[in-house]
Design a protein around this ligand. Structure first.
Ligand code: ADP
Ligand code: MG
Length: 462
């Protein structure tokens, strides 16, 4: 910014010169005009901060100059210099828009003090004007940004009423700001996240809102920026549905494949039976085994269907304090005949002190039976099955270990329908995995020839 400017308007050239000299100490730029006309001309050439105007000028009273000067530069402050020390003239001067007046003879100190104050006043007014202009500029920039961003923008005041409703919102909803401003708006954005947004016509939009609480601005306390995610969400839904359908398709194909084998062999046996009956074969002893084979296949189908159902349609868990040692002993009793036939020795290493876990005993039994049966089935030539429990760092663990041949690392044992057994369903481990995760637990397995160990970890109940 340049130096401040002072205009001295006095027809007494000597006096004017004198004043200019005194003002020189203020480091201001001083211009002298001998009359009103020249004063206005000087103001027109460049902004004047303070004008020191003699009341009696050759072309009219100094007070008459004030409106003209202010019209040219509105921030100019006028100090009148008068020889007339009446109250009336003072009042008239101030009424006429003067900043102050000085009495002749003017003391240099008064002149300097008054001019300095008038200059300070002008500086203040200039600053204020500049700030106002800046504010207006920045406000209009903000408004433009809010209008131009490709997002829904709204603002709420402290009472949750809508204070801002941008153009995008108008376009997206069909509701103009005229009808929305002042309405309650908290409902629209909630705590943020995806919410439906009503429109004047057509289905609701889905909008993902981000809230920003603002404390610095007096009036507005929440800004919310929303993105229209209607299309995105619709696509996501479609993808999920497609994936689900694909998964159902895979399962159904697997099931159909698994059903076909027992079905075929049952049919085959029925045909054998039919032919023998046609031939008049009445020998019960030879017919009976065929019936047994058919029954086996039908049982296999039953197991398959049951397994499949508990896989695709798991019952909700019914959690209750469950004593693991007891459950393990039950399972071992259950598998004992099968193990005995296969020459498998059964061993239990049960920590009796473990506190009961929160579990669904039925489902947990199903888990252990599946693992134990797999172990026995893996040791057709005999071996040792060990059931072990222990507690470690907030977890309760159960090992089901066998001394069978095991399987290579990359074997997809947990995949639905994966089986290496002629009569397997390949659903056992899938179900085991599902139930253990439903309990908030984990399942790990280590396998090498001669030692395979499945470990279930369940959170210990407090
Ligand atoms: P299924 O028993 O009907 O075959 P599972 O899901 O229970 O189905 O097991 C899948 C496959 O994982 C088995 O066919 C077998 O190849 C393998 N498997 C499971 N447990 C063991 C084990 N203890 N030792 C060796 N292989 C196992
Ligand atoms: Mg199995």
């Amino acid at each position: 910014m340049g130096r401040s400017t002072v205009l001295v308007v006095d027809d007494d050239a000597a006096l004017a010169e004198n004043i200019a000299e005194i003002l020189a100490t203020l480091e201001v730029e001083v211009t002298v005009a001998p009359g009103g006309r020249q004063a206005l001309a000087a103001a027109a050439r460049g902004p004047i901060d303070v004008a020191l105007v003699d009341v009696r000028l050759p072309d009219g009273p100094g007070t008459a100059l004030i409106p003209g000067l202010k019209e040219i530069s509105p921030l100019t402050e006028v100090v009148l210099i008068t020889g007339d020390a009446t109250v009336e003239s003072a009042i008239a001067a101030v009424r006429g828009g003067a900043y102050a007046y000085l009495l002749k003879p003017v003391s240099p100190q008064d002149l300097l003090d008054t001019t300095r104050r008038a200059l300070a006043q002008v500086t203040l007014a200039r600053d204020r004007e500049r700030l106002i202009a800046e504010l207006a500029r920045s406000e209009s920039t903000h408004r433009e940004v809010v209008e131009a961003v490709p997002a829904l923008v709204l603002a709420l005041d402290r009472q949750g009423r809508i204070r801002l409703w941008n153009r995008r919102l108008e376009e997206a909803t069909g509701f103009g700001r005229g009808e929305m401003l002042g309405k309650p708006g908290e409902e629209l954005i909630g705590h943020g996240g995806v919410r439906p947004l009503a429109r004047r016509s057509g289905p609701d939009l889905l909008v993902r809102w981000e809230r920003a609480e603002v404390t610095s601005v007096v009036d507005v306390c929440t800004y919310a920026v929303g993105l229209d995610v209607t299309a995105e969400q619709e696509m996501l839904r479609r993808t999920l549905r497609a994936e689900r359908l694909a998964a159902v398709g895979t399962l159904a194909a697997g099931l159909a494949h698994e059903v076909r084998n027992p079905l075929n062999s049952a049919l085959l046996q029925l045909q054998v039976l039919g032919r023998r009956i046609d031939r008049g074969d009445r020998d019960h002893a030879s017919l009976k085994p065929v019936l047994g084979l058919i029954e086996d296949e039908i049982r296999r189908l039953e197991v398959l269907v049951n397994d499949f159902l508990s896989f695709v349609h798991p019952r909700p868990l019914e959690l209750q304090p469950t004593a693991l040692a007891e459950l393990c002993r039950d399972v071992l009793t259950f598998v004992a005949p099968e193990a005995g036939m296969a020459g498998v020795e059964v061993e239990a290493e049960l920590a009796e002190t473990i506190a009961p876990v929160q579990a669904d005993p039925q489902r947990l039994r199903q888990v252990l039976q599946n693992l134990v049966r797999n172990a026995v089935e893996a040791m057709s030539g005999g071996g040792r099955l060990t059931l072990r429990t222990r507690s470690v760092e907030g977890q309760v663990e159960i090992d089901v270990e066998d001394t069978g041949p095991g399987f290579p690392d990359e074997t997809p044992i947990f995949d639905a329908f994966f089986t290496t057994k002629p009569k397997g369903t390949g659903l056992g481990l899938t179900i085991v995995h599902r139930i253990v995760s439903d309990h908030g637990g984990t399942l790990r397995v280590r396998s090498r020839p001669g030692q395979t160990c499945f470990t279930i970890s369940l959170p210990a109940s407090r």
